[in-house]
Design a protein around this ligand. Structure first.
Ligand code: MLT
Length: 261
């Protein structure tokens, strides 16, 4: 899969995987704010942004394979820092479990290690069916928008909400359906957490209602070498909603990684 990607800056590689149903556009401030010291690579996962939109179910493993293929195409052989937000976090966990030699640090943002409950999986299938029936992303946009951002962001920062709204509206219905079905069958990776051998930053928006701080705290406690950062004034898309605090936390983590090498 030939993924579209942004590639900014020199230095050690940090690859950032976006959430659902977004695109690499959500990392605009990370590409700017980290990209003068680190090489930030932000792909559009299959089905999103400018990447191809294949038929079928997009498993988290297939998405992780795409990312490894991108690293190979870019001739990046050594281990890199892998960061992912929400669905991107599911992909990052798959990558870390299946390609441990590719990963030298993990950044898990607004995500979880557990699988869907049966009810959540059924809800995704119902949403997928309504996206197919409407042949439009609208049913997902309407359901997701109020949950993605904090109340504060929604009410006071339209200039931050609108670009993501148009990304969601522009997402291909098949991309949405493929990812919904893939997330519904993703494995429970909680048993993998104690086996994560690399330093890990777990980050969460203080007002994240989709993957709340308690979830992040449990994940950080289960990973041997993890630190937790709670981002103020942010919901589920914390590094986009409060990029100053998120970038500061990411830079602190990256610096500590450099020092431990
Ligand atoms: C995301 O932001 O990627 C989604 O909330 C993930 C999900 O639906 O589980």
């Amino acid at each position: 899969m030939d993924l579209a990607f942004a590639d900014e800056g020199p230095g050690p590689v940090v690859i950032l995987l976006h959430g659902f149903p977004l695109s690499k556009a959500m990392w605009d401030e990370q590409l700017k704010g980290l990209g003068n010291v680190y090489r930030v690579i932000a792909p559009d996962l299959r089905g999103f942004g400018e990447s191809p939109v294949p038929e079928g179910t997009y498993t988290m493993d297939a998405m992780a394979d795409d990312v490894v293929e991108l690293l190979e195409t870019l001739e990046i052989a050594g281990p890199v820092v892998v960061g992912g937000l929400s669905m991107g976090g599911y992909v990052a966990l798959s990558l870390a479990a299946r390609y441990p030699t590719r990963v030298k640090g993990l950044i898990l943002m607004d995500t979880r290690a557990g699988a869907d409950t049966p009810e959540a999986a059924q809800g995704r299938e119902a949403t997928a069916k309504s996206v197919i029936a409407a042949n439009s992303s609208t049913p997902v946009v309407e359901a997701m928008l109020p949950k993605l951002f904090s109340k504060l962001t929604l009410e006071t920062r339209p200039e931050r909400v609108e670009p993501m709204l148009s990304v969601m509206q522009g997402t291909a219905p098949q991309g949405i359906v493929g990812a919904l079905r893939g997330m519904a069958i993703r494995p429970d990776r909680r048993a993998d957490l104690p086996k994560i051998a690399v330093p890990t930053l777990v980050m969460v928006g203080e007002d994240d209602i989709l993957t709340p701080p308690a979830e992040a705290q449990a994940m950080a406690q289960a990973i041997p070498n993890a630190r937790l950062e709670v981002i103020p004034k942010a919901g589920h898309v914390a590094p986009y909603e409060n990029h100053a605090a998120a970038n500061a936390a990411i830079l602190r983590f990256l610096k500590s990684l450099e020092q431990s090498h």
